[in-house]
Ligand binder design. Structure first.
Ligand code: IVH
Length: 678
């Protein structure tokens, strides 16, 4: 960012005007359109520069300056609602020193105040839920802080938001407001982007935008399908809770989901918390962009009060952005199962947000051109949604002399046939149905986690099976014998037998897996699940015409057309016949059959996010067995606060023990992986 213009009022006023218009523009992109063009860090820097400039030249402060209001206006689509009390935002700190300055400031105002709650700052969007007589009557987005949007219908679809409060002993007023964060778990984010990609739609840049998009859907059914989650942290009025830590505890008892990683510390413990979570956060299934440090005592909070847009008793420490530079060693083209060619950057390995990255998709040739990524370039890399590596931009100053813009190949790198870019398509495609790359990718997709999930069948093995002429399509996998595998380089007696067994074990699979495995164009995991739920059997799906397909939730005319054409094609008919010949079929759906079949779960101690019967029911629906005693056969013990002898026994027996947060993450992931009916 450019330095502050010093002294010259003319220059200062020009810069202030410029900053205001930039901030307004980016705030609109961020809050209203959910499509920001700059990172939060860049936005914060602009905002901060303006705050500092106005502090230095108070005459520059105008009533309409973005520093004088809280956000941007809500869109027109939802009814506007006024918040009972404004939803404030927080002052930011970008270093431990700034947090220390916050602590000193507080202690200057109220001597001896040194008890803080550190909470993870969840990177989602703020919501406010109003309960009257224990019932959820309204949910609203933050909007500009004063006025938000009524999203009650959508928020009601989020399972962790109770529609009725659980009874607590304490007297609370008839109307209360609970505030917190709605977010999209990393896993749901990855699945959603995969689904959008299957449908040829642009992906969301990060889980925050995806969550905002989901909350602001006009159709609540769409919101419901997006796997949103919540963590709540504020209660107004706080009733009997005399501190923030008591508020969190009370919220848990009222039935809200509360982030378990909060901690009460004295001032000297803050730095350690920041240090620990700066790293550990990448292991969580949700994005955090910092830590919120709050004065614990409510009485002190009131004494400290608020200044214009933020309370004085809290501060948001922002983690430094996870961006790293590396070099592009090559730009290769990957041919997918439908012949779609995707440029992929091969990178000098670099560690970003917890993993080593050496490859990164560039999506399509327009994207390469837009970012002008070239071989030899130094690039800034980050992870979208903390998961998917992405090139943010090229560092032009470091570009080697004589480098040339990347040009997509005219021919398929694997079979040499001419690549075609059809009108309206973003990708070039190899149209040769016999292309070895497509064949390999189709088989890999068939065996992948989202497909039949055949353990031990990776790219190298599929490649060598194809090379040796042992298979031609997915059906051939089921005809392989141990004797055929043994002469291959990577097999010995045991590994060959294992692979044959794991293939055989997947002859009968849930319908949604089989449908996804087929590799129908435009059909990803999500659509496959919808098709499975709707038709119930492969036979009925195969016979479905376009009109039947249109009746499936979430399928429009384009996708219906592609699916119907694919099932009618000779290739599809052949594949289906050959799969039937080797005995591959969909399992009849049985209640209680699922990814957790055969697993005994023991719940001990107290749960915050749900009641015990609720947790047991959800375990059962996934095929698992809730059990009341721990033995060597127990799969997992979920231990909450107050866990005693069962926890000890589990530890003695070496049984896996997890906390409630981990349980919720596993539960959510398993539920998303299995549609309600399969
Ligand atoms: S407290 C009056 N706690 O960060 C204070 N906020 O810049 C209200 N956020 O708008 C906020 N996690 O959307 C608080 N544990 C947490 C939070 C949190 C995320 C968001 C929230 C707020 C923004 C503040």
């Amino acid at each position: 960012m450019s330095p502050l213009p010093d002294g010259v009022p003319g220059e200062a006023s020009r810069r202030a005007a410029e900053l205001r218009s930039q901030i307004e523009h980016h705030a609109h992109l961020y809050h209203v359109l959910d499509r920001p063009e700059i990172t939060d860090t860049e936005y914060d820097a602009l905002f901060r520069e303006l705050v500092e400039l106005e502090a230095r030249h108070p005459e520059l402060q105008t009533p309409d300056s973005p520093t004088q209001r809280v956000g941007a206006a809500p869109s027109e689509a939802f009814t506007k609602v006024r918040h009972r009390t404004p939803m404030l935002s927080l002052a930011n700190a970008f270093s431990v020193e700034e947090v220390e300055a916050f602590r000193t400031r507080i202690q200057r105002i109220v001597a001896g105040a040194d008890r803080f709650v550190c909470e993870l700052k969840i990177d989602g969007l703020a919501i406010s839920c109003t309960y009257r007589d224990g019932e959820l009557v309204r949910a609203a987005t933050r909007g500009n802080g004063v006025e938000g949007e009524d999203v009650t219908a959508n928020v009601r679809t989020i399972r962790s938001v109770p529609v009725r409060l659980r009874p607590v002993a304490e007297g609370l007023p008839t109307e209360i407001e609970v505030r917190g964060e709605v977010y999209m778990p990393k896993r749901s984010f990855a699945a959603l982007n995969q689904q959008l990609d299957d449908q040829g739609k642009p992906p969301y840049a990060n889980p925050r935008n995806a969550a905002a998009g989901a909350v602001r859907q006009l159709d609540p059914a769409v919101t419901a399908s997006r796997g949103l989650q919540t963590f709540m942290y504020q209660l107004d009025p706080p009733g009997p809770a005399g501190s923030q830590s008591e508020v969190l505890e009370l919220l848990g008892r009222l039935g809200f989901r509360v982030n378990p990683h909060h901690e009460v510390v004295d001032g000297s413990g803050i730095a350690a918390y920041l240090e620990r979570w700066g790293d550990a956060r990448h292991q969580l299934d949700y994005e955090t962009d910092g830590v919120v440090i709050k004065v614990d005592s409510r009485a002190l909070q009131e004494e400290l009060g608020a200044v214009s847009r933020s309370p004085r008793w809290a501060i948001a420490y922002k983690f430094p952005p996870e961006e790293r530079q590396t070099t592009v060693l090559d730009i290769a083209v990957h041919v997918g199962r439908t012949g779609t060619c995707t440029p992929v950057a091969h990178l000098q390995p670099v560690r970003v947000a917890g993993t080593t990255v050496q490859r990164c998709t560039l999506h399509n040739e327009d994207e390469v051109a837009r970012k002008d990524v070239r071989v030899g370039d130094t690039v800034v890399l980050h992870k979208a949604g903390d998961v998917i590596p992405e090139i943010v931009r090229v560092v032009l100053e470091s570009r080697p002399a004589g480098s040339r813009a990347w040009a997509p190949p005219a021919h398929c790198p694997e079979c040499g046939s001419e690549l075609v870019r059809e009108e309206g398509e973003v990708a070039r495609r190899c149209l040769n149905p016999l292309c070895p790359a497509q064949r390999r990718e189709r088989i890999l997709h068939f065996a992948s986690r989202a497909g039949l999930n055949i353990e031990g069948l990776g790219p190298a093995i599929v490649e060598s099976l194809l090379e040796e002429g042992l298979i031609e399509d997915a059906a051939d996998l089921f005809r392989l014998t141990k004797e055929q595998l043994l002469p291959l380089e990577r097999f010995a007696e045991r590994s060959a037998a294992n692979l044959i067994a794991s293939i055989a074990a997947r002859r009968t699979v849930p319908l949604h897996r089989l449908v996804n495995a087929l590799g129908v164009p435009n059909v990803g995991e999500h659509t496959a699940a919808a098709l499975a739920v709707h038709f119930g059997s492969l036979e009925r799906l195969v016979e479905a015409n376009e009109e039947d397909l249109l009746a499936v939730e979430g399928i429009g005319t384009t996708v219906a057309g592609t699916i119907a054409r694919w099932f009618a094609s000779p290739e599809a008919r052949t594949l289906l016949r050959r799969l039937a010949d080797v005995g591959v079929r969909a399992a009849a759906a049985r209640l209680g059959d699922g990814p957790w079949t055969g697993r005994a779960w023991v719940l001990t101690g107290s749960l915050q996010a749900m009641t015990r019967p609720e947790a047991e029911e959800r375990i059962r629906r996934l095929g698992g067995t809730p059990s009341s005693s721990v033995s060597r056969k127990t799969h997992t013990v979920v231990a909450g606060p107050g866990a005693g002898s069962k926890l000890e026994k589990a530890q003695r027996l070496g049984v896996r023990v997890i906390d409630e947060a981990a349980f919720l993450e596993e539960l959510g992931a398993a539920e998303r992986a299995v549609p309600a009916s399969a």
